[in-house]
Write a protein that binds this ligand. Structure first.
Ligand SMILES: Nc1ncnc2c1ncn2[C@@H]1O[C@H](COP(=O)(O)OP(=O)(O)OP(=O)(O)O)[C@@H](O)[C@H]1O
Length: 965
């Protein structure tokens, strides 16, 4: 008998040998330049991490520890997800900047901080209004009331009275969309019961306008302790402070609105300004940094309203800002945000703790009785009772918050606002050869080795080292020079002419192609990047290409930002608006553009969502296309996968408690790898979400194939032909075998068996560090499953069905056809199953999982080389009407098609053209439909062990209520 232990030992030794060989091979693949750079950078990072003493307990994913001590350069911090403060920062040169920045000729908007300025503005407005009433004023867009008169109405003072007495100027009321009127009524109801609330409409639906309409109403309504509207504070991100000013001046010109910021017109004496505004019952606009800075003065006064715009900024209850804003003693607290929950349930608690203190109990009780069970129930390995309890508690939580939260999506109000179409695609871009080299080199560096080394894994500065390493990888993904710059002193001089050259970055090559096409097509684009350094490189590229652009980041004065935005919106000669995601991506209106590029992904999906919504909002008249660029096979893919999961979590509480969110961890190993494309040229993520893959029409595909074949050398072609012949011969042989068997074997049975085996394989336990998990995660290491696997499990139901249908269809087809090579045999069938079932990460994921990396057999079947007549017909049908093939896509497309058939066609042909160009150049490997990806899980409905779960939910609600007493 074979000694099983001996056998295993031999296998292990062999495996180790293979692994070493593989590593040696890899080392050979990396150039000496890359090795030298990696060594230098690694040594630097090592020295820095030894000097630092980072906070061990914080979570790198959501609350990045202050890495300022670890990461020196300014641009590094750009990649940190936690930093939201985009108040003005002094300009530093983060990279060599060979050309001076283009002059951006814009004027400042004046606020009413200076009494004289305010009086002057009021005088001009009254004169214009009087002139309009007398029929002498022609410029209709100055203020909403003047426009009202110019539109043929008589009385600008006319009032629309709501039930229970809110008096809103008719000129405002008439302009509001129906759902906005509902919003104003809701705010008035909250006011009457002395309660705060959260206005959470999706980005761009006019939350600012609703708040202003409501405040305008209060200012015209007698009564209450303040006799109408009392002095109020609006806290907003620095970039949108002046947007508020211009909105107030337009919609409600009589109100005095002052900016408490050094850019304001108040002249520097903030004590006086606060007193003045308080006395005149005006509105004080202030940044989040400002509320901390001036908290003493502000808290010494009583205020009627305190309103937080982009209120998710207080999602972390432990920050100074969160603590200060919660100190204001008024029941009238409003919070506005289009993304109320971004990462974890704790955030929701923090928001409610501001505007409805006590509603969700104490922090500890909420975390124990709500957050923990909901999170746990979402894990892939949750028990039935955990799942059901999570569902019940999520429902209970939703019921508790619903009266104080109003959220409408664009889809819900589309009837009213009639927004044009938006399509969003994730483009997986190949790294340039140089980037690959540097990426691999850094993966082999001391920094990464020390992270992955099991001995030092639990060492003190591990988290900081991981962060630094992740930042470094992200830099390489963006442009090699962002990385090489770090090693510059010791490496050879960097050539300033070549610095940032676009062809050296895979993603920039894509941007180059996109802009070229868009300029011809007459589109205008927003480009967002996390990093200011990257913005410099992009800016230099735009200058070299002679594109007109405007740029906005933290170094641009707060007072100028609104006018830069206005200039871009009004002046179509600017092709590009370049901005950092954090400064230009929040709260502003950039409807001048109809194309958006998210150059690099943020760990937090809300950051990217906010950015992409700048163009697709009220006021946008053209179809909008958003491209998210992801470097294929790199850390950026992992970040994107993480985004999808966070999106699911927030939907669970805010939209559909039934939705199965799955919080899992990534393995360290998984983060520090460079994945290759699979045999179908698919990236990891695009294999996972193959249902959502963008399929070009046949013409485009043929063109690409022709181009590919043109670029192939003669010997390559010969090789390929030989391989094809061989494959055909093999498949014929197999088919002959299979034909005999195919009648007795039910592929479903085969599939089930295979699946069973895959789901219960022998477990090999390999503990991993729980790196990017949520705080609440307490899953033992051996239970940790990668996100990728979860996505598979998550989506498998539909996918399996599709797969089986596909196989059965193919089998039937093969019975008719004499050429069975692409459809019927068991080998084919098994390969398809393997596609789903294999394991993501060999080292760790042997535990359970299907393989997402493998090819999309459906695609292979579609594009099979040899097509019989009926095959051809069938595939032609598929090409002509792609919807039936892709479950999730059907739903999305159907809704939109009805209303905008013509526009849709125009748009899709534009987009298809762009994609075909990108695919043809091989810079883009794959494209996914983002909306469909995040919607994957929305069909999940689970009602199990309901009674027990309901009981637990009731107990949780009781415990939380009791805790606040
Ligand atoms: N009733 C309306 N009539 C005309 N324009 C409107 C109306 N409501 C909103 N808008 C315009 O729509 C755009 C988006 O509005 P607003 O900035 O208030 O959206 P938001 O919901 O606050 O967005 P975000 O969440 O991104 O800050 C603005 O340009 C605003 O002027």
């Amino acid at each position: 008998m074979v000694d099983i232990n001996k056998y295993l030992e031999t296998q292990l030794a062999l495996a180790k040998q293979r692994c070493e060989l593989k590593n040696n091979d890899k080392e050979k693949l990396v150039s000496s330049k890359s090795k030298a750079a990696a060594d230098l950078i690694s040594k630097k990072q090592d020295r820095q991490s030894h000097k630092s003493n980072p906070n061990k307990n914080s979570e790198p994913d959501f609350q990045i520890p202050s890495t300022s001590s670890v990461v020196k350069s300014d641009d590094d911090s750009d990649y940190q997800p936690s930093g939201d403060d985009e108040d003005e920062v002094p300009q530093k040169t983060v990279t060599p900047h060979p050309r001076p920045r283009q002059r951006q000729n814009v004027k400042k908007i004046l606020d009413d901080g200076d009494k004289a300025v305010y009086n002057e503005r009021i005088k001009i407005w009254r004169n214009n209004l009087n002139a309009a009433c007398a029929g002498k004023f022609e410029e209709s867009s100055l203020t909403a009331d003047i426009q009202y008169i110019c539109d043929g109405n008589k009385d600008p003072e006319e009032i629309h009275e709501l039930q229970n007495g809110l008096c809103i100027p008719t000129y405002i009321w008439k302009r509001l969309y129906k759902y906005q009127r509902v919003g104003v009524k809701w705010l008035w109801e909250l006011h009457q019961i002395q309660a705060g609330g959260l206005l959470g409409d999706e980005m761009g639906l006019g939350k600012t306008v609703q708040i202003i309409a409501f405040l305008a109403g209060l200012s015209k309504t007698d009564g209450g302790a303040w006799g109408g509207l009392g002095p109020s504070i609006i806290v907003a991100p620095a970039t949108v402070i002046y947007q508020w000013v211009s909105h107030f001046h337009y919609w409600c010109p009589h109100l005095r609105v002052a900016v408490l910021h050094h850019s304001g017109s108040h002249g520097g004496n903030h004590h006086k300004l606060i007193r003045d505004i308080h006395a005149s019952h005006g509105i004080l606009l202030i940044t989040y940094a400002g509320i901390v800075k001036y908290s003493k003065d502000l808290l010494s006064q009583r205020w009627h309203y305190i309103i937080l715009d982009e209120g998710h900024k207080i999602r972390n209850p432990d920050t100074q800002v969160s603590k200060f804003v919660k100190k204001f003693q008024t029941p009238h607290k409003l919070l506005i945000t289009g993304s109320p929950m971004q990462n974890s349930l704790q955030e929701l608690w923090s928001l409610f703790d501001f505007m409805r203190p006590g509603l969700l109990g104490t922090h500890a009780a909420f975390m124990d009785h709500f957050a923990l069970p909901i999170t746990q129930g979402g894990y892939a390995n949750a028990t039935e009772i955990q799942e059901a309890t999570a569902l019940e508690i999520a429902i209970a939580l939703k019921n508790m918050i619903t009266p104080y939260m109003l959220r409408r999506t664009k889809a819900e109000v589309q009837e009213h606002i009639k927004l044009p179409e938006k399509s969003e695609q994730v483009l997986f871009c190949a790294l340039s050869q140089e980037q690959r080299d540097l990426y691999m080199g850094y993966l082999m560096s001391g920094t990464v080795r020390s992270i992955l080394d099991k001995e030092s894994r639990y060492g003190d500065p591990l988290r900081a080292r991981i962060l630094v390493a992740l930042c470094t990888l992200r830099k390489i993904c963006n442009h090699p020079d962002l990385y090489l710059y770090e090693a510059q002193e010791e490496l050879e001089e960097i050539d300033e002419e070549k610095f940032g050259y676009w062809k050296r970055s895979g993603k920039m090559t894509v941007v180059h192609s996109l802009l070229k096409i868009w300029q011809k097509q007459g589109h205008r684009a927003l480009i967002f990047s996390q990093s200011r350094a990257m913005l410099c490189i992009l800016e230099q590229f735009l200058q070299q290409q002679d594109y007109k652009y405007l740029r906005m980041d933290g170094t641009v004065s707060v007072g100028l930002r609104q006018n830069i935005i206005k200039t871009f919106n009004e002046n179509s000669e600017y092709l590009v608006f370049l901005a950092t995601t954090r400064v230009g991506g929040l709260g502003v209106n950039l409807t001048g553009a109809d194309r958006v590029i998210i150059f690099d992904p943020d760990w937090n999906p809300a950051t990217d969502s906010q950015a992409k919504e700048r163009a697709w909002r009220i006021g946008q008249l053209r179809n909008v296309t958003v491209y998210r660029l992801i470097s294929a096979g790199t850390i950026e893919e992992k970040i994107y996968q993480r985004q999808v999961f966070k999106h699911l979590l927030s939907n669970k509480v805010l939209v559909d408690p039934n939705q199965k969110n799955v919080l899992t961890t990534s393995t360290l190993q998984g983060l520090f790898t460079l994945e290759d494309l699979n045999c179908d040229g698919d990236t990891e993520t695009s294999s996972l979400f193959k249902h959502t893959k963008v399929i070009l029409d046949k013409k485009t595909k043929d063109k690409k194939e022709q181009k590919d074949s043109e670029s192939m050398s003669y010997s390559q072609k010969k090789k390929l032909d030989a391989m094809r012949k061989m494959a055909k011969a093999i498949s014929k042989k197999i088919a002959a075998n299979v034909k005999n068997k195919s009648n007795d074997i039910d592929p479903r049975e085969e599939y089930k068996k295979k699946r069973e085996l895959q789901l219960n394989p022998p477990v090999i336990e390999e503990p991993e560090v729980n790196l990017v998990d949520d705080k609440e995660t307490n899953v033992p290491f051996d239970k940790v499953i990668s996100e990728i696997d979860i996505i598979n499990m998550h989506s498998k139901k539909d996918y399996e069905e599709n797969l089986i249908n596909e196989v059965l269809k193919a089998q039937e087809q093969a019975k008719i056809d004499s050429v069975p090579s692409t459809s019927t045999d068991d080998v084919q069938h098994e390969t398809i199953i393997d596609d789903v079932m294999d394991i993501v990460d060999d080292e760790n994921e042997t535990i359970t999982q299907p393989d997402p990396k493998q090819s999309s057999k459906t695609d292979m079947i579609k594009t099979g080389e040899k097509e019989t007549a009926s095959n051809k017909k069938a595939s032609k049908r598929k090409i002509e009407s792609p919807e039936p093939e892709i479950d999730n896509l059907v739903a999305v497309k159907k809704v939109k098609k009805k209303k905008h058939k013509h526009e849709k066609n125009v748009k899709s042909s534009d987009d298809d053209y762009v994609l075909s160009k990108l695919f043809a150049k091989s810079t883009v490997k794959n494209a996914l439909q983002h909306d469909v990806v995040v919607g994957l899980a929305e069909k999940e409905k689970r009602y199990r062990v309901k009674e027990e779960a309901t009981r637990k939910a009731r107990e949780a609600v009781r415990a939380v209520k009791f805790s606040s007493k």
